[in-house]
Ligand binder design. Structure first.
Ligand code: FAD
Length: 388
């Protein structure tokens, strides 16, 4: 059943045997360990983040594309395929892995000192230490350069003040990567969340990514030793390098959500009878199915192409933007179209399609909104920045 959509263009032939095996393992894990619970986690808004982090750590999925420090050293494509299988279950579960590996761990890996890497990365890879990534503020989302959180020196210490909003895993994290404005620009810090003055509060009433913890962070005179600063992060390029990593995972992940919608729908229309015959036998249904399968296949090809570019160290930020913009936008369209084919059943949690569609609204917005990615691509092609 599950290979039918992939089979259309025989896309598996583009993968290595190792990638195929990894994909199979993670898909099995997703079906057995995650899918049976996901509707309840989504409905209750309660997800066992710590347990899941340990499971993901045991499978070697956290920071799997980083080298050394207990990380797997996999290809970018392999990491993308893992994101795809996790997001086929739920975008919130992929978010957990993305934030841990591509945002929090990558920030330390790329911008941290050797001591910081050795201290934090092995337990983070094992899922024993959970990280979050605090960039967005109440008044500064798409334009993080305007951030108001400050870092000031007091002797050799740093004092952080400010607040962050919409922070995935904020209230369950052991450490927060916090971006703050210093005298000479934006700086990054590793903040243990038990530091006096640090508080995190969950954001409730979300209609999207309900199987994911989202929090506000408050920093009130948080005093940190000098070695909490990420020494190689200077300016906005520090957090942006991390965002580019996480966006890459979304290029693949969103295809997983769309694939799950389409597979669910193919099963449904094969058995659901309307006007005395299966829904699958109507031309309108097949037009919808064909158009969705074509878009899904194109999105998968784009993801694999970007994976190869990244594996060759030849990927540019605007190329990641092409993938994030297209694949999330198309995944959302597919999820909504599938919802129509499921009729009233499509609005329940018995089927995953509206859950995926609701999740994809967040995915469309975080890691750069669609409009931000259009501006990135526009700037790359015209040479003119239209952000202001
Ligand atoms: P705004 O920036 O206010 O944008 C509003 C609208 O204006 C959008 O349509 C946008 O595209 C448009 N817009 C903005 N600038 C321009 C422009 N120059 N020209 C034209 N249109 C423009 N952040 C973190 O730091 N860490 C996290 O872990 C994290 N997790 C998240 C989890 C969830 C569930 C969600 C929903 C968000 C999360 N975010 C996180 C925040 C996310 O990155 C921001 O929401 C995103 O950057 C958009 O910012 P904003 O919501 O303030 O929207």
């Amino acid at each position: 059943m599950s290979a039918r959509v992939d089979d259309l263009l025989d896309l598996e032939s583009l993968l290595t045997p190792e990638d195929v095996e990894l994909r199979r393992t993670v898909r099995r894990f997703g079906e057995q360990r995650l899918r049976p619970h996901i509707a309840d986690w989504f409905e209750s808004g309660q997800v066992p983040v710590r347990e899941l982090a340990t499971d993901f750590g045991k499978l070697g999925l956290l920071g799997m594309h980083l080298q050394g420090y207990g990380c797997g050293g996999s290809t970018a494509t392999a990491y993308g395929l893992v994101c795809q299988e996790l997001e086929a279950v739920d975008s919130g579960l992929r978010s957990l892995v993305s934030v841990q590996g591509s945002l929090a761990m990558f920030a330390i890996y790329r911008h941290g000192s050797e001591e910081q890497r050795q201290r934090w990365l092995p337990p983070m890879a094992a899922g024993e230490v959970i990280g979050c990534f605090g960039l967005t503020e109440p008044d500064f989302g798409s334009n993080p350069a305007g951030m108001r959180t400050t870092a000031r020196r007091d002797g050799t210490d740093w004092i952080l003040n400010g607040s962050k909003m919409w922070i995935t895993n904020g209230s369950v994290a052991d450490i927060a990567i916090v971006w703050a404005r210093g005298e000479d620009g934006i700086l990054g810090f590793v903040v243990p969340t038990d530091t006096p003055g640090f508080t995190a509060r969950d954001m409730t009433q979300k209609l999207s990514l309900r199987a994911s913890v989202t929090s506000e962070l408050h920093l009130d005179e948080v005093r940190l030793p000098a070695d909490a600063q990420l020494p190689a992060a200077r300016g906005l390029s520090g957090p942006l390098a991390c965002l580019s990593e996480a966006r890459f995972g979304i290029v693949f992940g969103s295809v997983g959500a769309a694939r799950d919608c389409l597979e669910t729908t193919l099963d449904y229309v094969g058995t659901r009878e309307v006007f005395d015959k299966p829904l699958a036998g109507y031309q309108i249904t097949q037009t919808k199915i064909a158009d969705m399968a074509v878009e899904l296949s194109k999105a998968q090809l784009l993801a694999l192409h970007l994976g190869r570019l990244k594996d060759n160290d030849a990927i540019r930020p605007e190329q990641v933007s092409v993938g994030k913009l297209n694949n999330v936008r198309e995944a959302l369209r597919i999820a909504r179209e599938c919802r129509t084919l499921l009729g009233a059943n499509g609005v329940t949690l018995e089927y995953p399609v509206l859950r995926h569609a609701n999740n994809l609204e967040s995915v469309l917005t975080y890691e750069g909104t669609s409009e931000v990615h259009q501006l990135v691509i526009g700037q790359a092609l015209t040479g003119q920045s239209a952000f202001r």
